[in-house]
Design a protein around this ligand. Structure first.
Ligand SMILES: NC(=O)c1ccc[n+]([C@@H]2O[C@H](COP(=O)([O-])OP(=O)(O)OC[C@H]3O[C@@H](n4cnc5c(N)ncnc54)[C@H](O)[C@@H]3O)[C@@H](O)[C@H]2O)c1
Length: 379
């Protein structure tokens, strides 16, 4: 089989997210990692490549050399798609140059550090007709995909309320120490962008609201907490969202929710019923109504939708998790790259990334201007 040649930028041995992408890319035997720049320190870069058993011929000293050398190769040998797994501020310059040179891209969220940069990438991507995925990982879970499918099939009726909460507590030991908090890229505006909590996890919650409902948020109002005067970026935020006058909701995100791990929880309430799902127990989807006992829906059964079945590798009762969710996103991108038939929403797109950046900017602006309602209409 002709595997897709994958390059990786960032995601070295010292990173959080690298292993998730490497495992995910291997999951359906569609990709082969052939090179990249895993670390800005060349020695570390090579050491890591050897550790994962990669031929170091295409492990480059830096990103510019990566582009320079790869474009010299005949197209059938060249890396076809590149995963950008670096801290946020490098997403834009890397993705821009990749698109300019004809590479397809799988980029971590948040897409960029500003809305304008995101729009620039979108223009380039459309012009050059390349595949661009933004890895909102949680859309890869079979039960999330099933929930989207059932909402579209009118299982819960017209939507009337959406509540997405994303609570973590990891930043506590960082934020309460004045020295440590100065040295974390997620709290440095030059590296993270204008937001920490909303940019890092609030954006997942926002994307989930639009992904599940198929609707766009029209207005937001936010209230953020930076906790210390010398800390510029938000650590916690509550955002009211309005899809319309009759469909409203709330996004609650926090990195200072003491004791919480990766607590993403989703609830979508319709006129006839509701779906509830938790990232920490991803193989259980609750369907609740006013007049029936609570139903539990699980992957690996004949009753689930085709899209959920397609993203499940083992029979029911064999728990699959976050690696599998990212694996499903990589599978969706592979289908896109090979022009194969795919289900709706098999990988989050450039539009998700651009809307994510608009959301982050407006949330910060709303808070700064005294918690005012702002439009999320694209200009
Ligand atoms: N989708 C998700 O659920 C999810 C989860 C965690 C992180 N992320 C995103 O992934 C990105 C990386 O986050 P992380 O937590 O892995 O960060 P990290 O700090 O743990 O790792 C960053 C990696 O990038 C490398 N790097 C830095 N500068 C580089 C350069 N110039 N060239 C090549 N490599 C370079 C570092 O050496 C390191 O290996 C962020 O944008 C973050 O928002 C997404």
């Amino acid at each position: 089989m002709n595997k897709i040649k994958l390059g990786i930028l960032g995601g070295g041995g010292d990173s959080l997210i690298g292993v998730l992408h490497r495992v995910a890319s291997n999951m359906y035997d569609r990709y082969q990692i052939v090179g990249g720049v895993f670390n800005p320190d060349y020695e570390e870069n090579i050491k890591f490549a050897k550790k994962i058993g990669l031929d170091t011929k295409r492990v480059y000293v830096d990103f510019d050399t990566f582009i320079e050398e790869e474009i010299k190769k005949p197209s059938e040998e060249r890396i076809e798609v590149v995963s950008v797994l670096t801290p946020n501020f490098l997403h834009f310059p890397m993705a821009k140059k990749l698109l300019e040179n004809g590479f397809n891209v799988i980029c971590e969220k948040p897409l960029t550090t500003s809305y304008d940069e995101a729009v620039e990438l979108e223009t380039l991507q459309k012009r050059n007709k390349l595949i661009f995925a933004v890895t909102y990982t949680y859309t890869g879970y079979p039960m999330v995909r099933h929930m989207k499918h059932m909402i579209a099939s009118d299982e819960i009726g017209e939507i009337q309320k959406i509540d997405v909460q994303y609570y973590q507590g990891w930043i506590n030991p960082v934020i309460h120490d004045p020295e440590i908090r100065k040295n974390v890229w997620r709290l440095d505006p030059k590296k993270a962008g204008i937001s920490s909590c909303i940019g890092d996890i609030g954006t997942h919650a926002f994307q989930m609201t639009e992904y599940l409902t198929g609707m766009e948020v029209k207005y937001i109002l936010s209230d953020l907490n930076m906790l210390y005067d010398d800390n510029e970026l938000d650590l916690d935020g509550t955002v009211l969202i309005r899809f319309s006058e009759k469909v409203k909701g709330v996004i609650r995100a926090s990195q200072i929710a003491t004791g919480e791990e990766n607590g993403l929880t989703v609830a979508v309430y319709g006129k006839k019923g509701a779906f509830k799902w938790e990232q920490e127990n991803p193989n259980i989807l609750y369907h609740i109504t006013d007049d029936q006992p609570k139903r539990i829906i699980k992957p690996g059964h004949a009753y689930v939708s085709e899209v959920a079945a397609d993203g499940t590798k083992l029979p029911g009762g064999h728990p699959e998790g976050i690696f599998d969710a990212m694996g499903n996103i990589y599978k969706g991108v592979a289908k896109g790259l090979r022009n194969e038939t795919a289900f709706d929403g098999e990988y989050p797109t450039m539009n998700d990334g651009v809307r994510g950046m608009l959301f982050i900017e407006k949330v910060v602006e709303s808070h700064k201007n005294g918690n005012i309602w702002l439009s999320l209409e694209r200009t």
